[in-house]
Design a protein around this ligand. Structure first.
Ligand code: ADE
Length: 384
């Protein structure tokens, strides 16, 4: 399990706590022989000594350099910032931890960044992990026990938590308490262990896949939306400054327009355009240079890449624009269904090139035209 922490802490070795079971772990295959010599309290001690495992330096260096650190540096998501500003002020004045927060929306819109900002604003640590990395109950127990008062635990892809981990989280979120069963069979005992108050920040691209008991335990549920071109332009200008790159306003706007409403993509395209302008000795980066560079990298004027265009073209050429089911599209294009659903479709729908209907996905007239095809309704009128 990989954990990234916003503050340096001394890593503790993981201990093989073989004889410890959690209340929700009883019926699972985590069965090891019970050592009679190990006392009940030693078992508990051992469990509580499970510290977050490895700490890794988060992300790539360039990305870390341009990540906003405080709420007032964060561009866009006005409503979300307002909600969080109020929550921060209220929690600070009451000297309490922030309410648990669920952030949802397409990837790359700043869920992790926002969690790190919250930690900075609250002056606490932020531990970052992802649900698939929480494999065993002891992983989540280790994380929870290692939190200091007010700390933030960020769990990405929270819809992928196992049932057992979720069940450990319920009392932890609600009452800052761990319910632990020590021993097995008739002699087993359930103990409650108090935790320090903490904030769970969950992030997901699929809010509908969360179980309702988990969703209901978040005090604040917020959606992150795609960014406007003017917001992305500001993000690009800010990042260019931090990367010592000369870019004009229209250059930033050109990159922004091709960034699919997503800061992570904007920053990635900025780095590609910067490479191009440096190698070709074309500085500053203006609209023309940015356009040339991004054409070279196969990013079209609306930010569609080869995969987006292939999805639309396949639907048009093979299924007359749809309706086509998700699995059909995945099989026809060789793309992963979940990636189509979570990464490609949200933006294609946002710009009005695709619609989801009860019978499947449909390419809109605008989508047909963008790929250079005449939409069926126009073909009909041409024939008449
Ligand atoms: N970099 C990535 N996302 C950002 C944002 N929302 N504001 C400023 N810089 C960013």
């Amino acid at each position: 399990m990989a954990i990234i922490s916003s503050k340096k802490q001394s890593p503790q070795p993981e201990r093989p706590d073989k004889n410890i079971f959690l209340a929700s772990e009883k019926k699972t295959s985590y069965k090891t022989k019970k050592s009679k010599s190990q006392s009940e309290s030693a078992e508990l001690d051992a469990l509580l000594a499970v510290e977050a495992t490895t700490e890794e330096k988060g992300g790539n260096q360039n990305e870390e350099k341009i990540r906003p650190q405080r709420l007032d540096e964060y561009i866009g998501q006005k409503d979300l910032k307002e909600v969080l500003n109020i929550a921060i002020s209220a929690a600070k004045s009451r000297k309490e931890s922030l309410d648990h927060l669920l952030l949802y929306g397409p990837p790359g819109l700043g869920k992790t960044t926002m969690s790190l900002i919250l930690a900075a604003e609250m002056e606490v640590n932020c531990k970052i992990t992802t649900a698939p990395a929480i494999e065993k109950p002891r992983d989540i127990v280790g994380l929870l026990v290692g939190l200091q008062k007010g700390d933030i635990l960020f769990i990405d892809e929270i819809h992928r938590l196992s049932k057992m981990t979720e069940e450990i989280l319920y009392p932890a979120m609600e009452d800052f308490r761990l319910d632990i069963t020590v021993g097995q069979g008739k002699t087993s005992k359930t103990r409650s262990i108090p935790l320090k108050p903490f904030t769970l920040v969950g992030a997901t691209t699929r809010v509908g896949s969360l179980t309702s008991p988990l969703r209901d335990r978040f005090g604040i549920i917020q959606r992150l939306r795609f960014y406007e071109v003017d917001e992305l332009s500001l993000i690009i200008i800010r990042a260019a400054k931090l990367l010592n790159t000369d870019i004009t306003e229209d250059g930033a706007e050109e990159v922004a327009r091709r960034s699919r409403g997503t800061p992570r993509i904007a920053n990635r395209l900025l780095r590609r355009v910067r490479d191009y302008s440096e190698v070709k000795k074309l500085t500053p980066i203006n609209a023309e240079v940015a356009g040339e560079a991004l054409e070279l990298f196969n990013v079209d004027p609306l930010g569609l890449d080869w995969t987006d265009r292939n999805l639309l073209r396949t639907m048009i050429e093979n299924y007359n624009g749809g309706p086509a089911g998700l699995e059909t599209m995945a099989a026809a294009t060789g793309e992963d269904a979940q990636t189509i659903e979570e990464v490609y479709e949200p933006y294609l729908m946002q710009i009005g090139f695709m619609q989801r209907t009860p019978r499947g996905r449909v390419v809109t007239s605008a989508g047909w035209r963008h790929l250079g095809f005449s939409p069926p309704d126009e073909q009909l009128s041409l024939k008449l």
